[in-house]
Design a protein around this ligand. Sequence first.
Ligand code: NAD
Length: 343
Amino acid sequence: MNSLLVKGSYSTSRILVGENFKNVWSYVPDGNVYIISDKNVMNLYGQFFKGKNIYEVDPGENSKSLMAVSDIYRWLLSCHATRNSFILGVGGGVVCDIAGFVASTYMRGVKFGFVATSLLAQVDASVGGKNGVNLDGYKNIVGTFNQPNFVICDTTMLQTLPKKELANGFAEMLKHALIADSKKFYLMEQEIDRVNGCEVELLNELVFRSVQIKADVVSADERENGERKKLNFGHTWGHAVEKVTGFPHGYSVSIGMEFASRLSMKKGLLTRNEYLRIVNMLKNLKLPACVNADLSEIFDALTKDKKRNGDYIDFILLNGIGKAVIESITIEDLHAFVFNSVG
Ligand code: NAD
């Protein structure tokens, strides 16, 4: 087991990679524990939590709502949960986001921790202290920054994760390698069969390296004023693709990473060989590199991105594999790139 600390402004989080989820009780204070999970996860792992106070949300993004959160507050009240209670989120990113938000707001905040059960939650959603819910079609528009006491990333739980969900996590894991860890990229290239086979020892190493990268960036810039923006690599074009096509987030980010890599190559920051290695890696991870959709619609969605800054959009590009840079690019240049560039 490998552990590291993520330092937030108000609290510090301990991330435990390779820890058995069954050891969770050694991290939770005695007594008053309230578990928030989803029905899929509890069908698979509920046996272990039998006899505890458990609230199960419906699986999926629709549960990230103020309505679901209100129901959880009511449940906590009916159970007489107090300021000294502890909330344990057991699930993927949806459960972590809801549980973190409920814990941060119920009675002005109670302590909380996570057992992160999806790859995306382990490498991304559970680390960094962001939590929240959606409102009127706006994603994560209501939320707080608050670090959980601990996060358990037990990679053996990924054996039960559907392949599509695994690919979502691989996209974020690859993103971390591309923006900050060329050695991790090389390791993934060399060991691609073991990666796809979810070999526990290798996954522990890869998840840990992702967590390390996210932890470093978050510790330097918890509130996304500068360095944390690098974590948006692939997300600017990816969000536009997601909006227009309704593709899963990881697939859209994957398409966004191809786009940003091609743009990096166009700007002379990435060699053609590096670009082709990235595209090959996407293919090997069963992630899409392109999309069959109307480019004008995607471009239109891109220009409406909330991160647009007047006539510019801050794009995260690669200055070689393993090094992200932030570049302000004019809408005009982007337009020319999108509609005139060929590979
Ligand atoms: P998810 O939580 O919906 O989980 C995906 C599916 O996998 C669900 O059906 C779930 O029930 C199931 N599942 C989870 N663990 C399982 C397991 N071990 N075995 C079998 N099935 C399992 O989705 P996700 O991809 O984990 O997370 C997506 C969410 O995370 C989004 O809402 C996104 O906004 C959020 N997110 C938050 C942050 C952050 O910093 N807070 C970062 C990235 C993503």
